[in-house]
Write a new protein. Structure first.
Ligand SMILES: *Cc1c(COP(=O)(O)O)cnc(C)c1O
Length: 497
């Protein structure tokens, strides 16, 4: 098989193997690693349609992670995906009202991030071995709520690693916070910051780019890596479920092989939808990609106008994992529509970091025609949850509802009847208050945990283990700091001089 190397979006001369890209996370120049070319699916859909999720995962991942051997990849996939998911098929495709719902939330932290973060630690420790790295890997992560817990669950007690997570203390749901602060594992450290997610992400990026800090870390036997969605080790596993979804659409007789489908994705950091975009480039018959935003609609405005402008108020919404004004993975799309012009991409990203704004050319804007962008405000999100429940007794979470709202509005306006798959990124059990109150105002007096049981009674499905466990879990992480103190907190935890 032909090897694929990865280069930086800010320097085409930087070339590394897949395992090196996974180890590093971010390129040394601050750019993101992208594959030199997108491989084509080499297994016919009829065969994929008969495969289990782990089998499809192997067929997709082998095309990108070409410096891992077949044995390594199969072992990694088996370790990551065996016995961790509470649905027999791992990922379930639910036929709903005028849409198919791809339930990506059956993993240990009930958000789609488990799909990649259960496997990333194994990809990373294998990469360390492969590249002769003997230092302890310190995973440094900013989270808007779901990445943090999913990364913690993936890395907890993985030998040769430590994991540090920063989350916005006042920007996550009660269930999300409980999930994090009760995390076990001697190698885990969690801190709330008083700023928002973008502050957390900027603080983390600054530490990654701090050469002096890196030197002190190295002296103590540590090196940073990233579990954020910019890591190739997250991007690649996320492509798998779009290929799987298409194969399942064929297997279920919903489409004929070759028919196009649309995909709708509730979007924050642009990682999940970028994976769908890669799946399309691999030859999967995908027509439109719906990029759905909440009221932090910086992406919607970008797709409409060609201007990316983060200078705007940050809105705390009921879909906190999408409360983001700097969508890091968009850089990979910018690089592509710039014709892989690294200097152009670098200049735009520099403008973003200096002024919070950049504008793409008309020529670049025209290359975005695969995307349909939309956004849903608070009232529309609530309406989507309620409507889906009333139409088909199916309950979706607030994030999925944003995508549902955007899609259904599009469908009404355009009468495009192409079968559409909506990525369900979190279980409704993760946001019980918002979900219950969208459906009925009768339960407003209940605590979030009581609402979990109300939800379970209404849906007649058992409370996921991930939530049940929280009832008696002990809070073991209590650190809260200011944004400016993040580095100090890291230094103290690692015992750096
Ligand atoms: C992270 C997350 C998103 C956003 O995904 P991106 O890859 O950052 O665009 C959407 N919904 C949920 C529930 C999430 O956890």
């Amino acid at each position: 098989m032909e090897k694929i190397l990865y280069r930086s979006t800010r320097d085409n001369q930087t070339k590394v193997t897949a395992s090196q890209a996974i180890l590093k996370g971010l390129a040394p120049d601050g750019g993101l690693y992208v594959p030199e070319r997108i491989p084509q699916l080499d297994v016919p859909v009829e065969r994929l349609a008969g495969m289990t999720y782990p089998e499809v995962a192997y067929e997709v991942m082998k095309l990108y992670l070409t410096d891992y051997t077949e044995e390594e990849l199969k072992e990694i996939i088996s370790k990551a995906y065996t016995g961790k998911f509470d649905h027999a098929d791992m990922v379930h495709l639910h036929k709903g009202y005028h849409a198919f719902y791809l339930e990506l939330y059956h993993g240990p932290t009930i958000a789609f991030k488990d799909m990649a973060l259960q496997i990333l630690p194994h990809l990373m420790t294998a990469a360390a071995k492969k590249n002769g790295v003997t230092k302890e890997i310190v995973i440094l992560t900013a989270t808007s709520g779901d990445t943090g817990k999913a990364a913690l669950a993936g890395f907890a007690d993985v030998p040769g690693t430590k994991i540090i997570v920063f989350y916005p203390k006042y920007g996550v749901s009660a269930v999300q916070e409980m999930q994090m602060v009760t995390q076990r594992g001697a190698n885990t450290f969690i801190a709330g910051i008083t700023g928002n997610f973008d502050d957390a992400q900027s603080g983390v990026k600054a530490m990654f780019n701090n050469k002096e800090l890196a030197e002190r870390m190295a002296r103590e036997g540590y090196q940073f890596s990233s579990a954020n969605s910019i890591n190739v080790g997250r991007l690649v596993p996320q492509i798998v479920y779009y290929v799987y979804a298409y194969a399942q659409m064929v297997a279920g007789g919903h489409i004929a092989n070759g028919d196009p489908i649309n995909i709708a994705v509730p979007t924050g950091n642009f990682g999940n939808i970028l994976a769908a975009c890669y799946a399309k480039k691999m030859g999967l018959p995908i027509a439109k990609l719906f990029c759905a935003s909440n009221e932090n609609k910086v992406l919607y405005d970008f797709f409409q106008t060609g201007i990316y402008d983060k200078n705007r108020p940050f809105v705390v919404t009921s879909s906190p994992s999408m409360d983001i004004l700097i969508s890091s993975n968009l850089e990979r799309l910018i690089y592509e529509i710039a014709g892989e012009d690294d200097a152009k991409c670098k200049a735009l990203m520099q403008q973003l970091s200096e002024t919070g704004r950049y504008e793409i050319t008309e020529e670049m804007h025209e290359k975005l025609s695969d995307f349909v962008s939309g956004y849903a405000d608070q009232a529309e999100t609530i309406k989507a949850i309620k409507g889906t429940y009333e139409n088909s007794h199916y309950i979706i979470d607030t994030h999925t509802a944003v995508a549902g709202s955007v899609y259904h509005r599009y469908r009404k306006e355009t009468e495009d009847k192409t079968k559409t798959v909506i990525a369900c990124t979190a279980s409704p059990f993760k946001f019980p208050r918002s979900v219950i109150l969208a459906i009925s105002s009768d339960y407003g007096y209940q605590s979030d945990m009581e609402m979990v049981y109300t939800l379970s009674d209404n849906m007649r499905i058992p409370v996921p283990r991930a939530v049940e466990e929280l009832r008696n879990a002990e809070i073991v992480h209590r650190t809260v700091c200011e944004t400016q103190e993040m580095q100090k907190v890291v230094e103290e935890y690692l015992g750096l001089a």
